[in-house]
Design a protein around this ligand. Structure first.
Ligand code: ADP
Ligand code: CA
Length: 414
């Protein structure tokens, strides 16, 4: 029986979808997480605790286990485990991306360096640290620009500035995020602020699979909400894209170029690009599949989920068709409108009754604190839709969202 090691970070939306995909494959699955689990003692063969922050050590530990019972594949569930997965795969002699390539996708400055060196269309950039004086940095950057931490994700701390005054304000706001205990604990690089030229245009997300260095496009999503800042809230994703075929080809070509520039050759990628008169520009490329619960909008061939497809690819099991199952689909990541304590969600039945809505999943429980961008990093939940056309999918998502009402109470002062 094939043996799979699944690396599950502490905070991810996707454990269930990956575990279900593995169950369907009839493989011997070992799940590794960072904290000892109540079940780890009872299921020592299938649950493992690894220090994901120390990839070399984790790789040595897994290599020792593999000498007793080999693994056929190591699969990271999310961004946070891609580097440790690459280190383990290298130690086990399994095919996959190099640690250096994956690590470059996890640091926005290293990614910009690799892309610009290879000539891949991407924004101009300058790197600063918190030791720099923002008042001296402000006159040196182009406007409009985007300031961002090099290590965070989900648009956290990504802020547009149109002038020197906004630049300094954005800097201070990012500095406060970087100085929180939770972020500072990430270690080296949490004192960096990357400043990029703002690339105008429409944004898309490309979901792909690299097979022996060749990019296979799994899905191209339009992001129909304008993302002009000052914060960049992810909301609606709809596939297939409504862009002209030649633009879609250009997007795929630039994405493949970016993957090569970073040295990525194997497994899922998720890329974000902007398109304007100048062509397609790479905002970001990650060595993982789409985040949140968004993969639930996708089916391939005769009904494979994205997670099944990724596991099959990693294990070398026949995939069949990589063709997306027909029919426009979409998802809305429900943004947090204001900070406070989530008290209740009203209007769910009415929202679910909107034609085309397939499912609405609220992922924050009543009583929990909610934090909007740019400080926050979570969504209230996800709305899934299907329709005759991408326009109909988008309209259904907007109507369902309009019918939802989130009761958020101001946070009590401590
Ligand atoms: P994260 O990893 O947090 O998602 P990104 O670098 O992908 O950070 O930025 C988040 C969003 O901010 C992007 O999807 C895009 O909408 C916007 N953005 C980031 N950088 C730029 C840029 N240079 N020009 C225009 N928009 C940008
Ligand atoms: Ca991004």
């Amino acid at each position: 029986m094939l043996r799979l090691l699944l690396l599950v970070p502490t905070t991810t939306y996707r454990t269930q979808d990956f575990v279900e995909a593995a169950r369907g494959l009839d493989v011997d699955m070992v799940v590794a997480s960072e904290r000892p689990n109540v079940l780890s003692e009872r299921l020592p063969d299938n649950l493992l605790t690894l220090d994901f922050a120390d990839p070399e050590k984790a790789a040595r530990e897994v290599a020792a286990l593999a000498r007793i019972k080999p693994f056929n594949a190591v699969v990271p569930v999310d961004d946070r485990t891609t580097v440790v997965a690459a280190a383990i795969a290298a130690a086990l002699g399994l095919p996959g991306n190099s640690v250096a390539a994956v690590a470059a996708t996890r640091n926005k400055h290293r990614m910009r360096e690799a892309l610009s060196k290879a000539g891949v269309p991407s924004p101009p950039y300058l790197l600063f640290t918190l030791a720099d004086d923002p008042a001296l940095a402000a006159p040196r950057v182009p406007y409009p620009c985007v300031l961002k931490p090099t290590l965070l994700a989900a648009s956290r701390g990504v802020i547009r500035a149109d002038n020197e005054r906004e630049f300094v304000a954005a800097w201070r706001r990012i500095e406060a995020i970087l100085k929180t205990d939770e972020v500072a604990a990430l270690g080296a690089g949490t004192d960096q602020i990357l400043v990029e030229g703002f690339i105008p245009g429409r944004e898309v997300a490309l979901e792909g699979l690299l097979v022996k260095g060749v990019l296979r496009v799994l899905a191209l999503f339009d992001k129909p909400d304008p993302l002009d800042g000052p914060f960049f809230e992810e909301t609606i994703y709809v596939t297939p894209s409504r862009l002209p075929a030649d633009t879609e080809t250009a997007i795929a070509d630039v994405t493949a170029w970016a993957a090569r520039a970073l040295g990525l050759s194997d497994g899922p990628i998720h890329a974000e690009l902007r398109v304007n008169e100048g062509g397609a520009w790479v905002i970001e490329i990650a060595a993982r599949s789409i985040g949140g619960l968004c993969s639930r909008t996708l089916r391939f061939g005769t009904g494979l989920t994205l997670e099944e497809l990724i596991l099959r690819h990693a294990l070398g099991i026949e995939i069949g068709s990589l063709e997306r199952a027909p029919g426009p689909t979409g998802v809305m990541m429900i943004p947090i409108p204001r900070g406070g304590i989530l008290e209740e969600v009203r209007g769910l039945p009415a929202a679910k009754a909107v034609p085309g809505i397939e499912e609405i999943t609220i992922t924050i429980h009543p009583g929990q604190e909610v934090v909007p961008l740019p400080e926050g990093s979570r969504y209230l939940g996800f709305i899934f839709a299907r329709g005759e056309t991408p326009e109909a999918v988008e309209a259904a998502l907007r109507e369902a969202h309009r019918r939802l009402d989130f009761g958020i109470a101001p946070r009590e002062r401590a």
